[in-house]
Design a protein around this ligand. Structure first.
Ligand code: AMP
Ligand code: ZN
Length: 468
């Protein structure tokens, strides 16, 4: 079953074919690093990681570009308010540059904890000011730019199809006049370059042909995607909030400068919402971080598993009970997996069913159902292992590298286990058996395997290999 993906541009699920045979260029809008990422943001990156892994499973070589927004994203997507970075600097008392570094590092740590594959290119907005200025120059030459007292703006009235991605009702927007225009000509016009106020030195500002200032938020993505993927590439992703403003504006810029609508497929992940059905947002301040989960002894990969249980185009309502459920399911899978031997072969029918699900617009909930059905089948354990291993190239749960946490074993049990190990190496079988009985009395069954003693919690079914 060939890969088909839902494309927001056409509002249809359509077959995926790359622009260049065998290769896929994919650009994902990354974090604004004025604060930590919350688990809502991370849901979007998990979806994008799954997409990348599914593309790879279909044999494509993926060039994956992720940007880091470290300047220019104002508190309102409509180019009003303060720069989020300068605001973060006021909040923390650190320089805008220092917080950009700090939150970028924190973000990349979350990235790795969730087993997200390393992008081919990470690119920072502040490292690409020259490219952004050059891009604005192209737009100016093409006649799309006008100047106001506070910056350069893109004139959206010059494009008949502006806003098509979001199916924007431009006439309605103008008639309603609900948006404060300021010096803008049209409600949908957006900043390309903002001037520094004449009497203020901003922490982040650059000289440009138009005056000292900083780039608008949207131009970085058009400029950096053009640099790393070209002006017509395969897939552009982000969260659903980007459809209305940010992605329309990226398309407007690239179309004005290069005549393409940037990407062939536009994919958007739906939001993680709170139990109250409100969206989790950084600016509201009440957000849950990956660290918040870790401080409650929840594994980041349990959160990854939870993300897989909902289709990326449906909202996922977060609550602690479902996260606990995800942790339990993941633990069960890990313990099952750790009991299966190597050297099996992938089961072709189960693999085909799994592929059909993931290729049908990334239906991971149904792919997980195939996995659980497989674990309940009576296929040889080595076949189960090989097949689950192959599924895990998409799921990214790291099953093969998981090791039981030895610290879960109570101290007295650990002492008994090492005594038994000594008895076994001294060939004192009677004593080894005696200790085995003592362990059973404490709720642990010990089995002797090639890797050493395998400890199984009788009540919990927890397995610990090589304990003691
Ligand atoms: P930001 O750091 O605010 O620029 O957002 C980073 C990414 O997270 C973007 O792709 C957003 O669309 C996405 N995002 C923001 N809030 C949520 C949420 N509650 N659930 C899922 N994705 C989100
Ligand atoms: Zn972007």
């Amino acid at each position: 079953m060939p890969l088909a993906l839902y494309d927001t541009w056409s509002r249809t699920v359509r077959p995926f074919a790359p622009i260049h045979a065998g290769r896929v260029g994919m650009y994902c809008c990354g974090p604004t690093v004025y604060d930590y990422a919350h688990i809502g943001n991370l849901r979007t990156y998990v979806f994008e990681d799954i997409l990348r892994r599914v593309l790879m499973r279909n044999g494509f070589e993926v060039r994956h570009v992720v940007n880091i927004t470290d300047v220019g994203h104002l508190t309102s997507d409509a180019d009003e308010g303060e720069d989020k970075m300068e605001k973060g600097s006021q909040r923390t008392g650190q320089s805008a540059w220092a917080i950009a570094r700090r939150y970028t590092d924190a973000f990349i740590a979350d990235w790795h904890a969730l087993h997200l594959l390393e992008p081919t290119v990470w690119c920072r907005a502040t490292d690409h000011i020259t490219e952004q200025i050059a891009f604005i120059g192209e737009l100016e030459r093409a006649g799309y730019v006008y100047r106001t007292g506070d910056g350069l703006y893109f004139d959206t009235s010059k494009q008949d199809d502006y806003g098509y991605l979001a199916r924007l009702d431009r006439a309605g927007l103008h008639a309603g006049k609900r948006v404060a225009l300021g010096a803008k000509k049209n409600a949908t016009d957006f900043a390309l370059w903002k001037f520094s106020p004449p009497d203020v030195r901003r922490q982040m500002e650059w000289e440009s042909p138009w005056g000292r200032g900083f780039p608008g938020w949207h131009i970085e993505c058009s400029a950096m995607s053009a640099k790393y993927l070209g002006t017509w590439f395969d897939i552009h992703c982000g969260g659903e909030d980007h459809i209305a403003v940010h992605h329309n504006n990226e398309i407007a810029q690239t179309e004005a400068a290069y005549g393409t609508r940037l990407a062939n497929f536009w994919l958007h992940g739906h939001f993680l919402t709170l139990d109250t059905n409100t969206k989790m947002s950084k600016s509201s301040g009440d957000f849950i971080r990956l660290q918040t989960l870790q401080s409650r002894s929840i594994d980041p990969l349990a959160y990854r598993y939870l993300c897989l249980t909902a289709h990326y185009r449906s909202n996922l309502r977060f609550n602690w009970a479902s996260l606990d459920g995800a942790q339990t399911a993941l633990n069960r899978l890990r313990h099952l997996y750790s009991t299966w031997p190597d050297a099996g072969r992938v089961h072709p029918e189960f693999a085909a069913r799994f592929d059909a699900e993931v290729n049908e617009d990334l239906n991971l909930p149904r792919a997980l159902a195939v996995l659980w059905e497989l674990t309940r089948s009576n296929l040889p354990p080595a076949t189960l292992k090989a097949t689950v291993d192959s599924f895990d190239t998409v799921l990214g749960l790291g099953l093969h590298e998981w090791k039981p946490v030895v610290s879960d074993i109570p101290e007295d049990v650990r002492v008994l286990l090492s005594e038994r190990e000594r008895a076994r190496s001294g060939r004192d079988w009677e004593r080894a058996d005696h200790i085995r009985a003592a362990l059973v009395a404490r709720g642990w069954r010990v089995e002797d395997s090639e890797e050493g003693q395998r400890l199984v919690g009788i009540a919990t079914d927890q397995t610990h290999v090589g304990g003691g």
